[in-house]
Ligand binder design. Structure first.
Ligand code: GAF
Length: 389
């Protein structure tokens, strides 16, 4: 699939520019085992890069011009690095412009022709946007020796979302895209950005993604609202408990005492965050000890919190999660990513996937009239330059 993507992107480059691309880069999407909506709350997350990619076919230009071609959308955009780069009306362009804008101040002074194409479904919660930002940052760094670290690239991607797209996301997606490793889950401390890799060995279980086909964009979803709500909550908590610096210092009991002051909604949001931060620690232990029953149980608890307390699920995803929980071979399930659509992640006994997918597909179609998609993903390495033969 990777080879096909590379070939298809290179051929398009050749057709448009009448020359083969000089370089190929691959930037992956991500899954997240657990730790949802806690990256911007100084929590821990457990993402991993997957074998779904954006492929970039690139050649340098002699001047400061960029031609960007989104092959799958059949759209193009041209810019001059000397222009004052500002957000435009096309979303995919903004992800890239936001990166280039920052790279200018890091020494980027030449242009490129770039064609990109993707196997990461858009709006499915698999972070195609982070893959796009990080792919461009990584490629420019490599081609023009900008001296950026991987952490710089992740930050540049995140900043692009904040300033050019308007989504106040955390660092998880970009971090996973650049730091991903084959068969390894990352446990990231989003406060210090320290991280460790855990063996992604699920023994007789597999991770299955069920795509609700409900597309979301964090710009119009409640993502930024949730961020504001928890920030408001944390301010109140800190006023009452000065020893609390971040959510990870906060105990459930403190929240209980502040229930009236916080109000019902903010209390629920903060409660979810405090519990989710604890759950990630337990999940990391469970993975280390191959305690998959426990891991599955934690995933399902996370879903309940995301759906009822953080309120970022949607009827379709709730349906999928509840339907698979009826299956004996499924140890746990939850919505994954920012929410309001996208995919659920399921811990399922190997060999039973086909049967479960068939059953849920039918139920889902009957209920919502939507065709379910299922992905069996492999955990892969992060953004990289592909060696052309
Ligand atoms: C989206 C964001 F981009 C991430 O930073 C993270 O907050 C995630 O939603 C929820 O865990 O993917």
């Amino acid at each position: 699939m990777k080879k096909k993507l590379i070939q298809h992107t290179s051929e398009h480059f050749q057709n448009v520019f009448q020359k083969a691309p000089e370089h190929i880069f691959l930037s992956p999407g991500r899954i997240n085992i657990i730790g949802e909506h806690v990256d911007y709350n100084d929590g821990f997350v457990m993402p991993a890069a997957i074998n779904k990619y954006i492929c970039f076919a690139i050649s340098k230009n002699a001047d400061t011009h960029f031609t960007l071609i989104a092959q799958d959308l059949n759209e193009a955009y041209q810019l001059d690095l000397n222009d004052n780069l500002k957000p435009v009306n096309t979303m995919w362009v903004n992800y890239i412009l936001g990166v280039l804008h920052q790279l200018k101040s890091k020494g980027l002074s030449s242009g490129c022709n770039i064609v990109f194409s993707s196997t990461i479904p858009m709006g499915a919660g698999l972070s195609s946007s982070a893959a796009l930002e990080c792919g461009v940052a990584y490629a420019m760094n490599k081609l023009f020796d900008l001296g950026l670290t991987k952490q710089d690239m992740a930050h540049i991607g995140q900043q692009s979302e904040h300033t050019f797209v308007g989504v106040h996301c955390g660092i998880m997606d970009q971090f996973a895209s650049v730091f991903g490793k084959k068969n390894r889950v990352i446990k990231l401390d989003c406060n210090t950005l320290e991280y460790e890799y855990y063996k992604a060995d699920f023994k007789k279980y597999a991770l299955l993604l069920l795509d609700s086909n409900v597309k979301h964009t964090h710009l119009t979803s409640g993502y930024n609202d949730r961020r504001q709500e928890v920030e408001q909550g944390l301010t109140i908590i800190k006023q009452n408990f000065p020893e609390v610096k971040t959510f990870r210092d906060c105990q459930e009991i403190m929240l209980l005492g502040l229930k009236d002051q916080l109000g019902e909604t903010i209390y629920k949001r903060c409660h979810f965050v405090v519990k989710e931060i604890q759950r990630v620690q337990e999940a990391a232990e469970a993975l280390k000890n191959s305690d998959f029953k426990k891991l599955g149980q934690l995933l399902s608890e996370t879903h309940q919190g995301l759906s009822e307390e953080y309120e970022v699920s949607c009827p379709e995803i709730d349906f999928l999660v509840h339907a698979v929980q009826e299956e004996k071979s499924v140890l746990g399930a939850r919505m994954m990513g920012g929410g309001f659509g996208g995919c659920s992640i399921n811990l399922i006994e190997k060999g039973t996937e086909k049967e479960v997918i068939a059953k849920i597909t039918k139920q889902y179609r009957n209920q919502f009239g939507i065709q379910l998609k299922a992905y069996k993903v492999k955990i892969s390495k992060g953004t990289t330059k592909y060696k052309m033969k």
